[in-house]
Design a binder for this molecule. Structure first.
Ligand code: HEC
Ligand code: HEC
Length: 358
């Protein structure tokens, strides 16, 4: 009898246990369902919103041709090297080669010296500095020496070339008088020798993209970058070396081997203008592939990523001469570093204009 009642009790305990597990299970299911209905719905909605933004931006990844930036047919063209006097030809050709294949001579594996980050001048001065709106050298011979606010001094072409070595190529310039420096300057002087002293060549330098009414947006730029730039410049912005690993097939846009934060492209207006007329590869001033907003937003994203720094404490001895998009204070106006970096720029330009008048 005792034995039997013991069995009964243990049976009862088992049944109660099963019942509790069952109720617990049902409760758990209910809780999960409630969570899904209230929280999950929000998650799904946010996903859809992000998805819509991504889709809208990625849809624009297919090459879209925007109106030409300049339809005139009298843009500057470089003086052809074949016309050079025989006595000057070898030096000019070496100068051009140094612009096109800078890394081969002066990069980390350069045959002459190791002075630079491995980029080529031509990466940013397209077609050896002769491409309209491709940051060409058309107005260099005609406008230098000239005063520049960044140094607060009259700069000659040597100084300007050295600047790009130290900033865009994050390195050291060859010495004035060296075969390399002399060849580069001779070449730049020669291609622009058809422009009258003091005049600006048409289509020279970088295109000025219209200013937006809002700040440029790195978050939008990130999505655009993934759609339009990543295939060549890579997700981490480090680009891609060519097969012999001496020079870049696709140059870096940020990271250790890119231009430093004292370089021209670190200014949003220069970056936006460069890519508006030239990127993605295949675009040109005749057939731009980025809207103005896209150019600004991508510029904001790329220049929000890490890159080498440079001591800029000697730059801009007169702070009131700083470019509107120079992103480091102190400033002569009351706008923040953030606004000087990303915009909106119109109020800054208006204040600068006012200050000049007053
Ligand atoms: C990472 C991009 C980049 C690289 C690489 C680069 N530059 Fe530049 N360079 C610029 C930018 C940006 C400017 C300024 C353009 C502007 O302000 O409109 C500039 C300006 C210049 C100018 C003055 C142009 C003018 O009209 O005032 C010269 C000369 C020059 N670079 C030479 C060189 C040489 C030589 C090399 C290679 C040793 C080189 N650059 C490499 C981006 C670059
Ligand atoms: C199909 C490949 C390709 C795509 C896509 C592409 N680029 Fe480039 N990019 C290049 C090459 C190649 C160069 C160097 C051009 C030269 O040396 O003649 C370059 C040069 C540059 C430079 C100047 C050099 C440097 O590294 O700082 C910038 C800035 C740049 N690209 C930005 C962009 C941006 C932004 C996009 C997307 C909107 C983009 N590129 C899409 C191939 C590409």
């Amino acid at each position: 009898m005792d034995v039997n009642s013991d069995k009964d009790i243990s049976k009862l305990i088992k049944q109660v246990n099963a019942l509790l597990w069952g109720v617990g299970g049902i409760l758990a299911v209910v809780v999960v369902m409630v969570l899904l209905i209230f929280v999950g719905d929000d998650m799904v909605r946010e996903d859809a919103e992000a998805g819509e933004l991504n889709r809208a931006l990625i849809d624009s990844a297919a090459p879209v041709n925007h109106p030409p930036l300049d339809e005139s047919n009298d843009l500057w063209t470089a003086v052809d090297l074949t016309q050079a006097p025989a006595s000057a030809k070898a030096q000019l050709e070496y100068g051009k080669d140094l612009i096109v294949n800078t890394a081969k001579y002066l990069g980390p594996k350069g045959s002459v010296a190791h002075l630079t980050n491995g980029m080529n001048c031509q990466n940013c001065h397209l077609n050896a500095g002769t491409q309209p709106y491709g940051n060409n050298y058309g107005s260099v011979a005609s406008t230098y020496p000239k005063y520049r606010g960044r140094s607060g001094a009259i700069e000659d072409i040597y100084k300007r070339v050295a600047d790009c070595f130290e900033r865009s190529l994050n390195g050291t310039a060859p010495k004035v008088g060296s075969k390399e420096m002399e060849a580069i300057v001779a070449y730049i002087n020669y291609v622009g020798s058809n422009v009258k002293k003091g005049e600006k060549a048409k289509g020279s330098g970088i295109y000025d993209v219209a200013l937006l009414d809002r700040a440029a947006d790195p978050a939008k730029g990130k999505v655009l970058y993934a759609a339009k730039c990543v295939s060549c410049h890579q997700t981490d912005g480090s680009g891609m070396l060519n097969a012999d690993k001496v020079a870049y097939q696709y140059p870096p846009l940020w990271g250790d081997h890119s231009y430093n934060h004292g370089a021209g492209l670190y200014r949003l207006s220069r970056f936006a203008g460069y890519i508006k007329a030239n990127m993605p590869l295949g675009a040109s001033y005749k057939a731009p592939q980025l809207s103005d907003e896209e150019a600004w937003d991508i510029a904001a994203y790329v220049n929000s990523m890490p890159r080498p720094s440079k001591d800029l404490s000697k730059d801009w001895p007169k702070i009131e001469e700083k470019n509107f998009d120079h992103p480091f204070g102190p400033f002569a106006d009351a706008f923040s570093e953030e606004q000087h970096k990303y915009g909106p720029f119109k109020p800054i330009k208006a204040a600068q204009k006012q200050a000049k008048k007053g």
